[in-house]
Design a protein around this ligand. Structure first.
Ligand code: ADP
Length: 478
């Protein structure tokens, strides 16, 4: 049987360009899909950072019309490291290179342009490289206009999957972007009780027009279904339910996985000391010693946080909790970057307590060292579509203490390989920390817990098969 061909697209792909978990997914799911017999290729923008750092070959070009002007798109090709997985970069000098602001709508325009380029690229690949995609898999709002563009402008009836990695980011802005694309979308106009919609909601467009919509955990899919009456995305989800059959209308949840070629202590060149899973006790001890020494901390039970400084990530709950646990003899290490106000609050608490260290940077190097050298990772997210840091931490034998929500709930077994607490509640988090310290004193019990965490399988294998099944359903449905 012919291999199914899937073109997957998003705005970031690890290790070439990564800002969060979407980058990890884009850099690992395609490899897993290739492993289960799906020919999956990746297409992302050719950012200046990539151009400077990655070796790639220019294989051609094509043209698109945007804002009434003809624009050339250069096509570059490379592979994910240590794999046969093909990655295409689409290049256009003014649009994909700009780092400076160009007004409020800059991001929406930029990604509308990229989405148009991807839709045309599907055609280009088929004509010039004899590779015809059966499915286009879009990720998050950045690429959510592709289903509409494919239908309306490129006139390709190719099934599209939209995966929502974070419902919070929707790409809301002026409808002018449809003029730039020279398109209309009559369907959006009626969405708010018959009132003319003034803004475009790019994610909403994707929700209406994609063949299927998925998200990155079963619990987050349920949360979306339960909460949508109150969400700005609600009218779009409702319209989808009305327009589609029951099965096609709902948002399906498939849990993300992690790439153990990257996130394994025995292969990780960024660690002070590599260690085999069965040598975790010595491995963690040595990494912890060096990590604490490098940060000027004493040898104590060590809790960490790694993630974006965003409201979602619950830093306010963490800060409140740190104030409540000042009497305990522990270290807390916080690594993150993002919202300057949250960064300031974190820096303030680090100044107050010498046992709290804050590094407000994006550093792969430090992140790996922290995962390996900490005993526990605190994840106080207000919501979490999937979350990868708990999976990564567990691979290094670091126990998660996380909010009972979304993908955290789907990946952590409370009391067995981690701890779950009621989200948003600093008193509950404090209790969980005390509980964790108590467990740590029980050497045999703690060993069992760490070994259970290390053995928990977060590889992509199961989820890649679920995506393949979903793609097949989409093809059979045409
Ligand atoms: P999200 O996608 O919401 O940011 P995830 O838990 O899904 O959260 O993924 C976060 C990814 O980004 C992980 O690979 C994590 O190691 C990485 N990361 C987040 N913040 C930093 C940072 N400051 N330095 C290095 N890596 C980071």
């Amino acid at each position: 049987m012919r291999e199914m061909k899937v073109l997957i697209t998003g705005y970031e792909v690890a290790p070439f360009f990564k800002r969060g978990g979407l980058g990890d997914v884009m850099g690992s799911l395609p490899k897993a899909l290739n492993g289960v017999g799906v020919d999956c290729r990746i297409v992302v923008p050719y950012y200046i950072e990539i151009k400077d750092a990655v070796k790639s070959e220019r294989i051609g070009e094509f043209f698109v019309y945007f804002g009434g002007k003809e624009e050339e798109i250069g096509v570059y090709k490379t592979h994910l490291p240590d794999s046969n997985c093909v990655v295409y970069f689409l290049s256009n000098k003014p649009v994909f290179v700009y780092g400076k602001g160009r007004g409020k709508n800059r991001r929406i325009d930029e990604f509308a342009f990229f989405s148009l380029a991807v839709a045309r690229f599907v055609h280009y690949l088929s004509e010039h490289h004899k590779w015809t995609a059966d499915i286009v898999h879009c990720n998050d709002w950045h690429t959510a206009l592709i289903p509409l563009i494919l239908k309306q402008k490129v006139k390709l009836s190719i099934p599209t999957l939209l995966t929502i990695h974070n419902l919070q980011y929707q790409g809301v802005g002026s409808l002018r972007v449809l003029d730039l694309l020279n398109m209309k979308d009559e369907e959006t106009k009626e969405l708010k009780a018959g009132k003319l919609v003034k803004n475009i909601n790019v994610l909403g467009e994707g929700i209406i027009h994609a063949t299927r919509v998925s998200t990155v955990s079963m619990s987050y899919a349920k949360e979306i279904a339960n909460d949508y009456e109150r969400s700005p995305i609600g009218p779009f989800l409702k319209k989808r339910e009305e327009d589609c059959s029951k099965k096609d209308g709902r948002v399906i949840g498939i849990l993300n996985g992690i790439d153990y070629d990257i996130w394994s202590p025995e292969k990780d060149n960024l660690l002070f000391h590599k260690y085999e899973h069965n040598g975790w006790e010595v491995g963690k001890r040595d990494n912890k010693q060096d990590l604490l020494r490098s940060l000027g901390l004493q040898d104590k039970p060590t809790f960490c946080f790694v993630g974006r400084m965003a409201i979602q990530k619950g830093l306010d709950v963490l800060i409140k909790t740190i104030n409540r646990i000042a009497h305990l003899d522990v270290n807390v290490i916080i690594l993150g970057s993002g919202d300057p106000r949250i960064q300031d609050n974190v820096l303030e608490i680090a100044q107050k307590f010498p046992w709290v260290k804050a590094e407000m940077v994006y550093s792969e190097d430090l992140a790996h060292k922290i995962y390996a050298g900490s005993d526990f990772i605190i994840i106080p997210s207000r919501y979490e579509p999937c979350g990868l840091i708990q999976m990564i931490a567990m691979s290094y034998g670091t126990i998660p203490i996380a909010s009972d929500t979304g993908g955290l709930r789907d990946s952590i077994l409370n009391g067995k390989n981690g701890f779950l607490f009621k989200k948003g509640k600093s008193l509950r988090l404090k209790k969980s920390i005390e509980h964790a310290l108590h467990r740590m004193k029980d050497k045999a019990g703690f060993k069992k817990m760490v070994e259970c965490a290390i053995k928990t399988d977060f590889s992509w294998n199961k989820s890649a098969i679920l995506y393949k099944k979903l793609y097949k359903e989409m093809l059979n449905h045409r």
